[in-house]
Design a protein around this ligand. Structure first.
Ligand code: ZN
Length: 244
């Protein structure tokens, strides 16, 4: 099976369309989203529709949860909070119902998926250290789990050769067979934060046991204009150019 795994889309339709165009050339069997489909950007409805049309497997992110009123925005920064309030105002009843029904984690045949951490996914904790990763790695039932949330692509894995100690791996092609367990952060489609403004996604081939972390250029000028037309905070459009 070939899986395309999309990180935090955040209502960026231009980036999502560019990534889907790429994926269409890759013989993908299953489309997966690690959550945060909405929040920040101007096109929540269009992004939800594109995933629904393709029967994507989607888990719930903290912004998805906040935009349907399930999670408090108290701990969100000022701009994120403004975008959540804006999104709440434009989501239809049906879109809210769909977001609300999303699971917090999913176990598929070859992998697991969660937004921030597979351990207590309802807390939306970030996986930023070896000890954070160990919590998910201990919880995993399959050899590989995909997450997002930090918007920074990275793999935390236990290479078979080092006695099972967890390590960081910044390679863009990951040979899963070399590890006992791997936790892959696929980065972000709509709001990358690793100083690379291109949209990020991952291709997972379960037969080959490989993961490729891909980047796709998209029309940031067009998307930034859509942010401004929607009246969203200018800083959210500006950061698209910097990938921060
Ligand atoms: Zn996010």
């Amino acid at each position: 099976m070939r899986y395309a795994i999309l990180g935090d889309i955040h209502s960026n339709e231009t980036a999502l369309q560019a990534v889907l165009k790429h994926i269409d050339r890759e013989n993908v069997d299953v489309l997966v989203s690690v959550g945060d489909v909405v929040g920040y950007g101007p096109s929540p409805g269009a992004c939800i529709s594109l995933l629904r049309e393709r029967d994507a497997v989607v888990v719930k992110g903290n912004h998805d949860s906040a935009c349907v009123g399930e999670l408090s925005i108290q701990h969100f920064n000022n701009y994120a909070r403004k975008a959540v309030i804006w999104t709440k105002g434009v989501l239809t009843k049906d879109e809210c119902k769909w977001l609300s029904a999303l699971p917090l984690s999913v176990e598929l045949n070859d992998c697991e998926v969660s937004h921030g951490s597979l351990f207590q996914p309802e807390l939306f904790n970030y996986t930023q250290s070896i000890s954070d990763a160990d919590l998910s790695l201990e919880t995993m039932k399959t050899p590989v789990c995909f997450v997002g949330h930090t918007h920074v692509p990275v793999t935390l894995w236990r290479p078979a050769t080092n006695g099972g100690t967890t390590e960081f791996n910044f390679e863009v092609v990951i040979a899963l067979g070399e590890a006992s367990k791997s936790l892959v952060n696929v980065g972000s489609v709509g709001q990358p934060r690793d100083e690379d403004p291109r949209a990020a996604y991952a291709l997972f081939d379960s037969k080959q046991q490989t993961v490729e972390l891909r980047r796709v250029q998209y029309d940031i000028d067009l998307e930034a204009a859509m942010f401004r037309d929607a009246g969203l905070p200018d800083v959210l459009a500006e950061r698209l150019y910097l990938g921060v």
